[in-house]
Design a protein around this ligand. Structure first.
Ligand code: 3PG
Ligand code: MG
Length: 346
């Protein structure tokens, strides 16, 4: 399904409400990764270039419980204004300070729509949420999909259609429950499925999947769940008592790299180990490098995998870096995203 694109809207002289996803990681009150802010610029610039009278941006940040200055959108607004200085652009404070947002309360949707002429949803990362600013207000104003929303649906959608083969799916991370749906839906259609990280051990024990997956054969074992723990490489089933596998081992890295290198289509979501600790980051780095090196249509989604690709300076060498974590997973699971469904069809 294709939601009506903002490029078809006449915005001249109009007051436009834009739902963006400016939910970025903050560290000490500063923006730690501005990917989502940068990706939001195209739509805003397009609206301003097409003579919108006023552009009001609404977003959430984190999951605050009522008003909490630690969750102020001010640092994101400041960054946005620095990148796109224009007096017609205004960013509202964190919409989740109002608990009517997540309840999709019609009274908040009405307040958002008040005085506005058009609504543009560009918050792909929040499209799996049925909230007042993503769904409620879409029924009160003429609604359109923003340029980022459109691009995300197109790039991720390609994986659901006829893909060039071999199609390799790479999954990792800890949230097995969140990812089973995607593994089921895309895994059935992939030629090879690689699983690393904590997920691998859970699938090894008892896989609910009806197809074969490739799992790590060796791991970087640690004496404790600590950044500076003692480590050694062991076969996956030969960890000393009480030790934990915190990354995939060198042999597994080589095997996974070979499979990824031969792919023509790749979807990667989730790290191979505890990527935030440098000594357990090698597996994730190897996968990121292989995805970038492959001569393939490659899509990377999910916070940690995107961070790995950014930190290694490889973002330009993958076909699409998705701003959606949960949203990209739900889309690829085949679910309908409420934020997309609320926009009239093209
Ligand atoms: C995300 O970061 O996944 C989106 O911004 C949605 O945030 P949420 O999971 O708190 O709804
Ligand atoms: Mg999230």
């Amino acid at each position: 399904m294709t939601p009506r694109p903002v490029r078809n809207a006449d915005v001249e002289g109009k007051r436009v409400l834009v739902r963006a996803d400016l939910n970025v990681p903050l560290e000490n009150g500063r923006v730690a990764d501005d990917t989502r802010i940068r990706f939001s610029l195209d739509t805003l610039r397009w609206l301003l270039d097409h003579e919108a009278r006023e552009v009001v941006v609404v977003s959430h940040l984190g999951r605050p419980d009522g008003f909490d200055p630690a969750y102020s959108l001010a640092p994101c607004a400041e960054r946005l204004h620095a990148m796109l200085p224009d007096d017609r652009l205004r960013v509202r404070e964190n919409i989740r300070f109002d608990d009517r947002e997540t309840a999709n309360d019609p009274s908040l949707a009405a307040e958002l729509a008040e005085g506005m002429d058009l609504y543009v949803n560009d918050a792909f990362g929040s499209a799996h949420r049925a909230h007042a600013s993503t769904v409620g207000v879409a029924h009160l104003l003429p609604a359109y999909a923003g340029l980022l929303m459109e691009a995300e649906l197109e790039h991720l959608g390609r994986l659901l259609g006829d893909v060039e083969r071999p199609f390799v799916l790479v999954a990792g991370g800890a949230k097995v429950e969140d990812k089973l749906g995607v593994l089921r839906n895309l895994g059935e259609r992939a030629d090879r499925v690689i699983v690393g990280g904590k997920m691998a051990e859970e699938l090894r024990e008892d896989s609910p999947l009806g197809f074969a997956v490739e799992l790590p054969t060796d791991v970087v074992a640690a004496s404790a769940f600590e950044e500076e723990a003692e480590t050694k490489v062991t076969p996956y089933d030969a960890l000393p008592e009480g030790w934990l596998g915190l990354d995939i081992g060198p042999h597994s890295r080589e095997r996974f790299t070979a499979v990824i290198t031969g792919a023509s289509t790749i979807f990667w979501n989730g790290p191979m180990g505890v990527f935030e600790w440098p000594r357990f980051a090698e597996g994730t780095r190897a996968v990121a490098q292989a995805v970038a090196d492959a001569d393939a249509y490659s899509v990377v989604g999910g916070g940690d995998s995107v961070r790995a690709v950014n930190e290694l300076g490889l973002a330009d060498r993958v076909s699409w870096v998705s701003t959606g974590g949960g949203a990209s997973l739900e889309l690829l699971e085949g679910k309908e995203l409420p934020g997309v469904a609320a926009i009239p069809q093209a």
